[in-house]
Design a protein around this ligand. Structure first.
Ligand code: THG
Length: 265
């Protein structure tokens, strides 16, 4: 199970401030804490730095890579910011994200190729957000063959079904779960990923929904999550559910995390 730590994102007020003030210590501390808590990749986003996002992305990548050894997930709607982050990154980065939208596809595909990066492919096209399982399968049916033809190994592709808020429609949870299962069946070598927090948007006690949804996603074949690794109950459930799903031989990871005090009941 791959864990992408989501906390260095300027949609969070604390990060918007830290980025604006170039508070290197605060951001480096959050990077260390996420890795210590079990993140395998750290997402970096500075979307609030309008007009200087590429410069700020270079700074973010450099200061985070100064203190942690894990790869980064370069997260931006701007292709220029993605390019700047990738140029500064050491090792194999992850790109968040490419879509089947014509402009986004044309801007991002050359970056995936040039940097041999892992890539998150959102199941959306110029028609907007997916409305059904079939919509996602149809868009994935363009994304996956397109990426493979461009020389991207299937193992480097992470399909994101795009999770919508359960509070808007009570069927959005099951729709996402069925999408994961269908995508995994059609493309067994391609990974699946999602952000957990969209599902709970607008509802109370969001973490409860995020935690339950994570376990349910895992049973349908999700193999990566963008999440808050400092949520200890979430990480405990992630390790427990991974072991119960038969993906942790001899429960070694579960036992190691428990011994290290990283997970607790
Ligand atoms: N898929 C992909 N990328 C994504 C998402 C996804 N990136 C963004 C998001 N979803 C995942 N990242 C975050 C980062 C931070 C928060 C939530 C998701 C977060 N939000 C606070 C909240 O909602 O309460 C903001 C409040 C604040 O702290 O100011 O912490 O699905 N590919």
């Amino acid at each position: 199970m791959l864990v992408v730590g989501e906390l260095i994102n300027s949609s969070r007020k604390a990060i918007a401030r830290a980025v604006a003030e170039r508070d290197k210590e605060y951001i480096q501390d959050l990077a260390r804490k996420q890795v210590e808590a079990g993140a395998h990749i750290i997402d970096v986003n500075c979307g609030t730095s309008i007009g200087e996002e590429d410069k700020v992305m270079t700074w973010l990548v450099n200061i985070v890579q100064e203190v942690v050894d894990v790869p980064l997930c370069i997260d931006s709607p701007s292709a220029e910011a993605l390019a700047a982050g990738l140029a500064a990154h050491k090792g194999q980065a992850m790109i968040n994200s490419i879509t089947a939208e014509k402009q986004r596809w044309e801007e991002v595909l050359p970056l995936v190729q040039k940097y041999k990066a892992k890539v998150i492919a959102l199941c959306m096209d110029d028609g907007g957000m997916p409305e059904s399982v079939d919509d996602r399968l149809r868009v994935a049916g363009r994304l996956v063959p397109g990426l493979v033809e461009a020389g991207i190994p299937e193992e480097d592709i992470y399909l994101d079904p795009l999770i919508k808020p359960l509070g808007v429609n009570s069927q959005y949870g099951v729709e996402a779960l069925e999408s994961v299962a269908a995508l995994k069946e059609k493309y067994p070598k391609v990974h699946t990923i999602c952000g957990l927090s969209n599902v709970s948007y607008g509802l109370p006690e969001r973490r409860l929904l995020n935690r339950a949804f994570m376990v349910m996603c895992l049973t349908r074949g999700m193999d990566a999550f963008i999440l808050d690794p400092l949520d200890m109950p979430l990480m405990g459930l992630l390790k427990a559910a991974t072991a119960l799903a038969g993906q942790d031989e001899y429960c070694l990871e579960y036992i190691a995390a428990a011994r290290a005090g990283k997970i607790k009941a």
